[in-house]
Write a protein that binds this ligand. Structure first.
Ligand code: HEM
Length: 331
């Protein structure tokens, strides 16, 4: 059989590729000969994925609760993938698809494109949160939730990772002592993450069991990640751009939108679900994690802002309020 020039060219490239690492093309061609065709169900591990729901009760709506949490975690993973690429300036991929390592410099266009993606993920999450707010029967929810104590979405490590990899740790500390913690070692500031303060038992004022378990499992990892991302979190990457690049209006708009999406819009649709299920005329229902959620969850109390330099003092002062005003006006 006569080979076309195109095929010959490809074989030559393959030979070069394997020779470069001292390997033999012939053995790889044998592998190709024996490999089975790929199937959708194997590639997506669909059987495994669909076997990962383990409700604790027989209430059918508990499955919605589990699956929607899992969907959210997958979106968080997508967001972290984008953040990692920005942190390392993006991958260098050869025409043959080879990974040539991270690039030396972050290009503004790449930065914008990846932040846009993260915004898309969080906008999809905020839009779909109705699945939680209206998509389960309150009666079922109030019963099956009792089997989930003391677990809470509060214990989502990826949610905290997104924060840690996006901004300076100081912006994630309790707002009243934030200024006094500036410049202190990361391990010290980590003891004052805003969520450490938020997770205090309503009655006793003690740390909740849910918080203790979470800290025990993940705090070391959070500190290590904050150290590793000190010079390459999204805020640091923005600050490392030239003065001219930092003034790029599209980049500024996307970073501000990211701040709003992660620190206002998602927290508020999430808060709506707590109000829908846990608010009652007389005494509010206790959250599974045990926090004083009415005081903890609203963004205007926590005032988490990833890129404070991109907001005016007035905007920072009114953080999270505009949304409530718009909601009241029906915007
Ligand atoms: C009916 C639905 C939901 C309700 C009623 C609810 C309720 C709550 C409450 C009361 C808290 C405060 C901590 C506590 O005391 O437990 C909390 C925290 C949290 N939940 Fe949910 N949640 C719901 C759905 C979700 C979903 C689908 C996710 C997705 C992963 C999630 C992620 C989180 C996160 C990340 C926090 C911490 C927020 C922060 O630190 O500001 N929640 N949730």
């Amino acid at each position: 059989m006569e080979w076309s020039d195109e095929i010959k060219g490809k074989v030559e490239k393959l030979e070069k590729k394997y020779a470069a690492s001292g390997q033999d093309l012939g053995s790889y061609l044998d592998g190709l000969l024996y490999t089975n065709p790929l199937h959708y169900w194997d590639y997506t591990c669909i059987d495994t994925l669909l076997s990962l729901q383990h409700p604790k009760t027989d209430f059918p709506d508990e499955e919605i609760f589990i699956i929607y949490h899992q969907i959210t975690e997958l979106y968080f993973k997508l967001a972290l993938n984008e953040i990692e690429q920005i942190a390392h300036n993006g991958k260098n991929i050869s025409n043959e698809g080879q990974d040539l390592g991270w690039k030396n410099r972050l290009e503004v266009e790449f930065f914008i494109a990846r932040v846009k993606r993260i915004n898309n993920y969080f906008e999809a999450l905020s839009k779909s949160f109705g699945i939680m707010v209206h998509g389960m029967e309150k009666e079922q929810f109030l019963k099956f939730r009792m089997s989930l104590l003391p677990a809470s979405g509060f214990q989502s490590a990826q949610y905290r990772m997104i924060e840690i990899c996006t901004t300076d740790i100081n912006n994630l500390t309790q707002k009243d002592i934030r200024d006094s913690l500036k410049g202190k070692p990361i391990s010290e500031q980590a003891q004052h993450f805003y969520w450490m303060e938020g997770s205090i038992e309503v009655e006793t004022g003690k740390k909740t069991q849910m918080l203790e378990n979470f800290v025990k499992k993940y705090m070391d990892k959070f500190i290590q990640t904050a150290e590793a991302y000190k010079g390459k979190n999204l805020l640091a990457k923005y600050q490392s751009l030239t003065v001219e690049e930092q003034q790029n209006e599209v980049l500024i708009t996307e970073l501000r939108q990211l701040d709003l999406n992660i620190n206002v819009n998602w927290p508020l649709v999430h808060y709506k679900s707590a109000v829908r299920y846990l608010s009652q005329d007389k005494n509010d229902v206790r959250a599974t994690g045990g926090t004083n959620w009415q005081k903890y969850l609203p963004p205007r109390f926590q005032k988490r802002i990833f890129f404070p330099g991109l907001w005016s003092e007035e905007e920072q002062e009114n953080w999270g309020r505009q949304w409530v005003l718009n909601a009241l006006k029906g915007v």
